[in-house]
Design a protein. Structure first.
Length: 277
């Protein structure tokens, strides 16, 4: 059984066009010089630069905290000696002046007391006598003890004040070190958060750009293979007119190109011609 003449002519025309088309190189101008892969988004670049510049930006806080902790370590001992961190370093520089002035006032008061003993002895007619001497001796002994006790009390008060100031400084240094460590962590967390946010936004925008480029690539491919797509439709029409009688089964790729599709159609048409002859 022969195919109708119009189908034979159509098949010959299809073969002629396919032969001619396959002899023409595919127009790669649709692809040449064009970008189909999205580059680095400016926000991603900014994230990279921020991360690079921010590396170690928290180190100054850590160094300061370390210095403070070293100072604090000097306050953890007994406080002996006269160096930094010693109790002596926290003693008021005016303590000795206060002690000296207080003792001078005490000595003036004691001199007044001795003069009063002498005046009383003179008034009673016992000036220079043994009783005056005994009273003065007892007075001097008592006031000597009082003077020593007063000086000891002043020095003990100065020591207690120095210890309190030293303890307060220890607490202050602890607070400063904790604050610096907190600033260091805050710096790192903020930097990491900013870098992550910029990176995510950049990746999102890069994805949008890639989607557009992929669409452009698909459009360029469609345009480049348009002649083969047209031939495939032409050949499909011929096989349809022949009553849907298929030729040899041809296994096409999972995602065939227009060229392979047209070739498959040509094989089908060839099979039709062979069968009807």
């Amino acid at each position: 059984m022969a195919l109708p003449d119009y189908l034979q002519e159509a098949g010959k025309d299809f073969a002629k066009q396919l032969t001619a088309q396959t002899a023409v190189p595919i127009d790669t101008g649709q692809f040449t010089g064009r970008q189909f892969v999205a580059g680095e988004d400016p926000l991603q670049t900014q994230a990279i630069n921020l991360a690079t510049q921010g590396i170690g930006s928290f180190q100054p806080f850590l160094q300061q905290a370390q210095n403070v902790l070293q100072t604090q370590a000097g306050l953890a001992g007994t406080g002996a000696g006269t160096g930094a961190g010693s109790i002596a370093a926290f003693t008021s520089p005016f303590q000795q002046q206060v002690i000296d002035e207080t003792l001078r006032q005490f000595d003036r008061s004691r001199a007044t007391g001795l003069q009063q003993i002498a005046d009383d002895a003179f008034t009673s007619g016992a000036f220079g006598g043994g009783r005056q001497g005994a009273l003065e001796g007892q007075f001097l002994a008592d006031t000597a003890l009082g003077r020593a006790g007063l000086e000891a009390q002043l020095r003990a008060q100065g020591f207690a004040d120095a210890v309190a100031r030293r303890q307060q400084d220890f607490a202050n240094q602890s607070g400063i070190a904790s604050g610096l460590l907190g600033l260091s962590n805050f710096q790192r967390q903020n930097l990491a958060g900013d870098v992550a946010n910029l990176g995510q936004l950049g990746a999102f925008r890069q994805g949008l750009t890639q989607s557009q480029l992929a669409a452009d690539q698909q459009a360029a491919q469609t345009a480049a293979f348009e002649p083969f797509t047209r031939l495939d439709r032409f050949g499909a029409g011929i096989t349809g007119l022949a009553g849907g009688v298929g030729g040899p089964q041809f296994q096409a790729p999972a995602t065939p190109s227009p060229f392979s599709t047209a070739l498959s159609t040509a094989l089908g048409i060839g099979g039709l011609f062979g069968k009807f002859r």
